[in-house]
Design a protein around this ligand. Structure first.
Ligand SMILES: [Zn+2]
Length: 284
């Protein structure tokens, strides 16, 4: 009997090992724990500092972890939106530009799908001062999977990325509920709409955080996932104020189509404008 069991176990062993390796790879992928990547920091400034005009928006997309293919698409879309709205949009991945002298030229800094540990202690300190003195922050998608060990950044965001949709679908279409329809980021958005994307779960539900305002949430019952979600209350976009500064975050943006989806773009452009105290687009 025991030997039959052992034979069966040996027969199943390759399958069990494959399953364990797949699960391990899934966990590493979803937690972005890529031990072979060590962060690269920037300390050298460009020979000439890029000058900005009025209503300046800085897009920062440095990655020291997973790199989203949608980053370049997003930069192009925000530059186009900048031309339409009279914003001077600059994009960089040089962390050395996160210094007080350079940042003070910008109304808002967009962390566009940043990942990993990307700033030195001095750069973090400059960014904290910039926001608390009235600067704007707009985080897109994996901006919440960035700098998990930076306590101030955690307070700015309210929580961090936990994991995302993967099985049975990586990019399922989900129903999005627009909350706080009067907020500038939500003006003109349908009450309920659908979009396909990689949907994030977070370590904490930010709805309980004092001073935070939920802008969008997911209808958790509207898409499949073998993994547990957010217990039926699933904020994916939110805002709050830090010192004199403002923050806006949205979890959407893995899918490059996000940046050509008029509803998603309306939300993100409205959120960036609100965070940067910029005039809202006129056609809203
Ligand atoms: Zn993603």
């Amino acid at each position: 009997m025991a030997s039959t069991f052992r034979k069966r176990f040996l027969y199943l062993l390759p399958g069990i090992l494959t399953l364990c390796l797949s699960l391990g790879a899934y966990v590493l992928h979803s937690m972005r724990m890529l031990p072979w990547q060590s962060p690269v920091f920037d300390t050298a400034l460009p020979a000439t500092l890029p000058l900005t005009g009025a209503h300046a928006v800085l897009i920062f997309s440095k990655t020291n972890g997973f790199r989203h293919e949608s980053i370049e698409v997003g930069i192009a879309a925000f530059k186009k939106a900048g031309l339409e709205n009279g914003w001077d949009v600059h994009a960089t991945e040089n962390g050395a530009l996160i210094n007080s002298d350079y940042l003070h030229q910008f109304q808002v800094v967009v962390f566009l799908s940043t990942t990993g540990e990307i700033l030195t202690p001095a750069q973090k300190s400059a960014f904290e001062k910039y926001i608390e003195n009235g600067g704007g922050y707009a985080g897109i998608h994996s901006a919440s999977d960035t700098e998990h060990g930076w306590a101030w950044y955690g307070k700015l965001l309210g929580t961090f990325f936990r994991d995302h949709t993967f099985l049975p679908l990586h990019l399922p279409e989900a129903e999005i509920i627009t909350e706080n329809a009067a907020h500038p980021a939500n003006r003109g958005l349908p009450g309920r709409w659908t979009k396909a994307d990689e949907w994030y779960n977070f370590k904490e539900n930010i709805r309980k955080n004092e001073g935070f305002q939920v802008l969008l949430s997911l209808n958790d019952g509207s898409y499949p996932s073998f993994w547990y979600k957010m217990n039926g209350d699933h904020p994916i976009s939110w805002t709050h104020r830090v010192g004199k500064g403002r923050m806006f975050y949205t979890a959407m943006g893995h899918h490059a189509d996000t940046f050509s989806d008029p509803t998603a773009m309306r939300h993100m452009i409205g959120g960036i404008a609100w965070a940067g105290k910029l005039a809202q687009p006129v056609n809203r």
